[in-house]
Design a protein around this ligand. Structure first.
Ligand code: NAD
Length: 428
């Protein structure tokens, strides 16, 4: 019997939906490069429903119960007294999502004596200390391609939202205003602008393809240069280093993994070399940017806007400066966990578990580390190292009493309404 410890995000504050906005999701045949979608023997969930939350359990509960394995599902992941730390020492497999990452630091790995496999239900395994995991001979796998298109679509949305000043204009509408000049005094078209992608892997190339019809000038930098025919078809300018690209772009989108080569890549120095008034869109990982350098650049006007969904650590503490910096379009980490993406990565996790439990090999393209060595997608995109330093800060989110339990949140939400009613009674 294997023990599988699965860390997922909390249920919606008002409980799981009884019905959904749409009746289903399109059935895809293959990923854009021809890669096969996940191939588990079966799934026990309805695609299009919430799966990445605790109640959704990635649709694994029945399968693991019937096959006699133990599944622990929790959202309580940070701090020494968390369920995650308590259950870790005798777990064989850890499953975690980048949106609500269970950081597997060297200290935690040292306690996880039985751990053999860490699965990322999504893409991006930087929440695992890959150096320590390699030393331990662990296998780390993720669901390659499961949400790359979700993120590429999200990036196009963020680029347009920043340039067209969408979020402040939406706010004027909500606030019952009609302040056209306020809305448009920071609004531009992207037509004719130079847009560059740091990396042109599954997401980066997906973004470049989607931006081509906007009549923009496209640039990229990559560890692995794209084939000539792809460059020609998209009209891409290749740059041998990020600095040469950043200097000429009006908009930069970051699409590389977080590993020692890319940690704090966008610091004061690099941002200072960008055009004044450039936009920076980061849906890769928060730590690819220097947190305070981004704030300084927005305050000084060096950057006209910054948007993304990734932070460090996650969840971000209440006082994280990206929540309050000017001209930002930040959300919690959501781009890769649309209902569409959840169905794919839940099926991918099931495929990996079926393989591992039956002693069959895990698909090469899913591998980051195979028994301690870079393999598959990992060998192409990562260097072995540790980028988890500082992740223990994530526990402040809970310490600050942020909403974690739906009931507690409902009570907290009801308070202002009650206070309003009370105030109304006093006036009357
Ligand atoms: P991918 O493996 O297809 O592409 C990554 C590319 O980055 C590779 O082509 C690699 O060669 C390149 N690369 C690595 N280091 C580089 C460097 N120093 N300079 C230039 N290029 C470099 O992965 P993907 O599906 O495109 O995902 C990329 C990253 O996006 C993930 O690792 C993850 O961090 C992030 N991501 C975020 C979300 C989200 O919800 N926001 C979802 C999925 C992935």
């Amino acid at each position: 019997m294997a023990k599988i410890l699965c860390v997922l995000y909390d249920d919606p504050i008002d409980g799981c939906p009884r019905s959904y906005a749409r009746d289903g999701i399109p059935k895809l045949e293959r990923y854009p490069d021809g890669q096969e979608l996940p191939t588990p023997k079966r799934v026990d969930f309805t695609p299009g429903e919430l799966l990445g939350n605790v109640s959704g359990g990635l649709g694994l509960k029945r399968f693991l119960k019937e096959s006699g394995h133990q599944l622990i599902v929790t959202s309580d992941k940070d701090g020494a007294d968390s369920v995650f730390e308590k259950e870790l020492p005798d777990s064989d497999v850890v499953i975690s999502q980048p949106f609500w990452p269970a950081y597997l630091t060297a200290e935690r790995l040292a306690k996880a004596k039985k751990l053999k496999l860490a699965i990322t239900a999504g893409i991006g395994s930087d929440h695992v200390d890959l150096k320590a995991a390699a030393e331990r001979g662990l296998t780390v796998a993720e669901i390659t391609y499961c949400n790359s298109v979700s993120v590429a679509e999200h990036i196009v949305m963020l680029i347009l939202s920043l340039a067209h000043n969408y979020i402040p204009s939406y706010q004027w509408a909500v606030d019952k205003g009609w302040n056209i000049a306020d809305c448009v005094s920071r609004a531009y078209d992207i037509e004719g602008m130079s847009i560059g992608s740091v990396a042109a892997g599954r997401i980066g190339l997906g973004v470049l393809k989607r931006l081509k019809p906007f009549d923009v000038k496209l640039h990229y930098t990559e560890r692995h240069r794209l084939p000539e025919d792809v460059e020609r078809a998209l009209g891409l300018s290749y740059h041998g280093d990020v600095e040469s690209m950043a200097r000429v772009c009006d908009i930069v989108t970051i699409n590389c993994p977080l590993h020692p080569e890319t940690e704090h890549l966008f610091n004061d120095d690099l941002i200072g070399k960008m055009k004044r008034g450039a936009y920076l869109v980061n849906t890769a990982r928060g730590k690819v940017c220097d947190r305070d350098a981004v704030v300084r650049a927005l305050e000084s006007g060096q950057l006209a806007g910054y948007a993304g969904d990734v932070w460090f650590p996650q969840p971000a503490p209440e006082d994280h400066p990206w929540r309050t910096m000017p001209h930002h379009g930040m959300t919690p980490h959501v781009a890769g966990t649309t209902l569409s993406a959840q169905a794919r990565y839940a099926a991918g996790v099931r495929e990996i578990l079926e393989c591992w439990l039956e002693g069959r090999p895990i698909r090469e393209e899913y591998l980051i580390l195979k028994e301690g060595r870079l393999a598959g997608a990992g060998a192409r995109a990562y260097t072995v190292g540790n980028v988890t330093a500082g992740s223990e800060e994530a526990r402040r989110f809970r310490a600050e009493g942020r909403p974690l339990r739906p009931a507690a949140v409902r009570r907290a939400r009801a308070r202002p309404a009650r206070a309003k009613r009370k105030a109304a009674r006093r006036v009357a």
